[in-house]
Design a protein around this ligand. Structure first.
Ligand code: ADP
Ligand code: ZN
Ligand code: ZN
Length: 751
């Protein structure tokens, strides 16, 4: 008998170390179960592996004896929609990543493992009719009758265990009812309600119904128009801080839902968008819509539940960080990318995708609309608007005509001349802080530095304590007096005196959030409440929430934090924002440094004066003439982007060309450099058209965790043609086993 003749041949993408779809036969018993996107188990060499059905036909013509068969179909419903499969293929090509790695990011581990959703034993009425007439059959089983009446009253499946316990009955009562055909057993997935997340509790300020301003009305109309065409469109929503972009998103979402579609709402970091999430819930709960929050802190079980209710089409709104762009919603109509300029949308691990760009591509695959919102759009997006690829809607006024805050630049060079030691807080900023406290208004102090870490820099000789394995400064943690490397977490006790000049002043330097917190506390009266918020708190969800809530309720006078507090938080009583070290991003070796500084300063400025009172911003800078700082004073996006675009064009940097970074790493510095140089020689001997090559050069972080790093940079107009030429050559270039290379397409962080 020849089974192969009677069965189909399909293609399966294995999830275990193989980057190409393979052909498999489908036996009769599986034939009806298999769809594109089904999770299957297939033989691969001597073992078995999981795979995703990627096509129901196969071009390959294998001789019958060679054909292997799908061993099992693991879930009834497909685990991926066909648009996600297409997206995975594109991502694999564009970001030079394996399909396997991309798929792993799309499908929750608990689904990939083949473990099923935890189910709960339920009891419900059978379809037997008419019930009342036959109920007399239960006259001699009063308990069964009682249970039946309970089921009729409930009118829906009830939890087996809990119900029997409540009615003080044994299992046999339920089984008796089932036997007599009145009831049946069923299963329900256990919803771990945590994913209906608790980042947000009831908030006072969400309930207000607003009447759209004319500008909002116009923007909403433009987007609804896009949606009504049923074709792919990308639109930038340029709205200054406080102009009410969120309401416009909501209008667009309502339209998409009304069309029977689903919506993805992407934010840079969910923990930082509690207000957005609660506003979403509030707005759409009244329509009976379930909002799924998708974020990295979900447990495996929570993720699985969220994922299941999305695939079943029960939840049509998904809000989350970049990976939510893969949420398997059916009939996707709209993707909102809020704060589209945020670097957090770029994933720094394989696959190194950009959430915004993937969102645009996925919208294209679905003939859907992608809406990119920001007060300070990325130059990439601005360029796409100029080129006519994206449409544009604008909100140019703050709600209620509130003024943008008054911005003071403090020249720190002059401030330091006045004092012996360069001050951390300048006199004008200190005065302003004191005044706010007296007036019972709130202030935010903003630092660029991550965490409450501080560099150990000797003020006398300039010595910096560095990690022995990474070429970066270690950071000093006051709480335990240790120095830590934030790349490899190597730690050692901090020296009491400078190892180089023996000065005892070495411990006093640095200004992390904790140091600022101390300084501010000492400047204000005892009763003043000063708190800080930093990266460490993000892991303690409740603490983070409590501090934010206390601040909102006015229980905290001054909040000190890193860039995370620059994003999307809305505190009406804040009238003063101080930027302690505006220069830091300008010092990074990164062509995007200016852009980032501009964005940060404008966003930070947007935090002040959101209530009825006007706000003030103090920017402390050692380079007050820098254009990013000058333009940010007036939130002059046009002025800034015009100047910055000119520079980028001159050097052919993004957004005029794509930047691809090729990193070599290994334990031996000489070897890494040698291979990087050999590779460059190969490219010179066998050039690729339309690409500018820079390097090899040591990466800005030359050594991380004991690995040396060299990189080459490629600047090219179009990515995929370059990559295909690149891969051809790369295959002919064997690397030693202890040398690795990594490609980062549209690289953001040149670390
Ligand atoms: P953005 O995201 O553009 O910075 P938001 O969407 O957060 O601005 O809106 C800022 C504030 O204005 C919010 O408190 C919001 O509730 C309020 N708001 C938005 N639109 C209106 C409106 N049409 N009328 C009154 N208040 C509004
Ligand atoms: Zn280190
Ligand atoms: Zn010293």
């Amino acid at each position: 008998m020849n089974l192969a003749n009677r069965s189909q041949t399909i293609e399966v993408q294995p999830l275990g170390g193989f980057n190409q779809a393979l052909s498999y036969g489908v036996s009769e018993k599986h034939a009806g179960l298999i769809q594109v996107g089904s999770l299957v188990s297939v033989p691969l060499g001597p073992r078995r592996t999981l795979g995703i059905v990627s096509s129901l036909t196969s071009s390959e013509n294998l001789p019958v004896g060679k054909l292997k068969y799908v061993s099992a179909v693991l879930r009834e419903e497909p685990v991926l929609s066909s648009d996600l499969l297409a997206l995975a293929r594109w991502m694999s090509d564009y970001y030079a990543s394996s399909v396997e790695a991309v798929l792993e990011g799309m499908i929750p581990a608990s689904v990939r493992d083949g473990t099923n959703s935890k189910t709960k034993r339920m009891l419900e009425l059978s379809n037997r009719e008419p019930l009342e007439a036959s109920m007399s059959a239960l006259d001699r089983s009063p308990k069964q009758k009682l249970l039946l009446e309970f089921l009729i009253k409930e009118g829906k499946p009830v939890a087996w265990l809990e119900t029997l316990k409540k009615l003080k009955m044994g299992d046999n009562v339920a089984k008796g009812l089932i036997q007599k055909g009145f009831a049946k057993e069923s299963r329900d997935s256990v919803k771990r309600v945590a994913y209906a997340d608790d980042l947000t509790d009831s908030q006072e300020d969400v309930a207000v119904e607003v009447k759209l301003t004319d500008e909002q009305e116009k923007a909403a109309k433009e987007i609804k128009q896009d949606l009504s065409t049923g074709t792919f469109k990308t639109r930038m929503l340029l709205g200054i801080t406080g102009s009410g972009k969120t309401e416009v998103y909501f209008e667009a979402m309502e339209e998409a839902l009304a069309q029977g579609g689903s919506v993805l709402f992407l934010v840079p970091e969910v923990a930082l968008a509690p207000q957005t999430v609660s506003r979403l819930r509030h707005r759409f709960r009244k329509h009976g819509e379930d909002v799924v929050v998708w974020h990295s802190h979900l447990s495996a079980g929570e993720r699985l539940d969220a994922w299941s209710s999305i695939t079943r089409g029960e939840a049509r709104i998904v809000v989350g960080a970049r990976s939510a762009v893969f949420a398997p919603v059916p009939r996707l109509r709209l993707i909102v990318v809020d704060e589209e300029h945020e670097p957090a949308y770029k994933q720094e691990d394989n696959p190194r995708y950009h959430g915004r760009d993937v969102a645009v591509y996925r919208a294209m695959l679905n003939q859907a609309v992608c809406l990119l919102g920001s007060a300070t759009p990325s130059l990439e997006t601005l360029r796409n608007v100029t080129l006519g690829k994206y449409e544009k809607s604008t909100l140019s006024k703050r709600i209620d005509g509130r003024e943008l805050p008054l911005i003071h630049l403090v020249d720190m060079r002059r401030e330091s001349q006045r004092e012996k030691v360069p001050p951390i807080l300048s006199q004008p900023l200190i005065e302003a802080l004191r005044q706010r406290y007296t007036d019972r208004e709130q202030s935010i102090l903003f630092l660029n530095r991550r965490g409450f870490n501080t560099t150990m820099l000797c003020p006398d000789c300039g010595h910096v304590e560095q990690c022995k394995d990474c070429s970066i400064a270690m950071t000093f943690h006051r709480t335990d007096g240790y120095l830590r490397c934030h790349l490899c977490s190597y730690r050692k006790p901090a020296p009491r005196a400078c190892p180089s000049c023996q000065s005892f002043d070495i411990r006093k330097k640095g200004h992390g959030t904790q140091r600022i917190e101390d300084i501010v506390s000492s400047l204000l009266p005892r009763k003043a409440v000063v708190m800080r918020i930093d990266a460490d708190m993000m892991t303690k969800k409740n603490l983070f929430r409590e501090v934010l809530n206390d601040f909102r309720r006015g229980k905290i006078d001054v909040l000190v934090g890193t860039q995370m507090i620059a994003k999307g938080l809305d505190f009406p009583n804040v009238t003063l924002v101080g930027v302690v070290d505006a220069d830091l991003p300008l010092r990074m070796e990164d062509f995007r440094a200016s852009e980032r500084a501009f964005q940060l300063l404008v966003q930070v400025g947007g935090r002040a004066g959101r209530g009825d009172r006007a706000g003030e911003v103090y920017i402390q800078s050692y380079a007050p003439h820098a254009s990013s700082i000058q333009y940010s004073r007036k939130a002059d996006l046009e002025g800034f982007s015009e100047e910055e675009m000119e520079l980028r064009e001159e050097f052919g940097y993004p957004p005029f060309r794509h930047l691809i970074r090729h990193l070599f790493r290994g334990r031996s510095s000489e070897k890494v450099e040698f291979y990087a140089q050999q590779w460059r020689n190969l490219l010179d001997a066998n050039p690729i058209a339309n690409v500018d090559i820079k390097g090899p050069a040591p990466a800005p972080l030359e050594k991380i965790k004991g690995y040396y790093r060299y990189h080459l940079l490629y600047l090219t107009q179009s990515v995929t043609p370059f990559l295909s030429e690149f891969q051809k050559r790369r295959k002919e270039f064997p690397l030693d086993r202890d040398i690795h290379d990594i490609l980062d397409v549209d690289c953001h962080q040149l670390s």
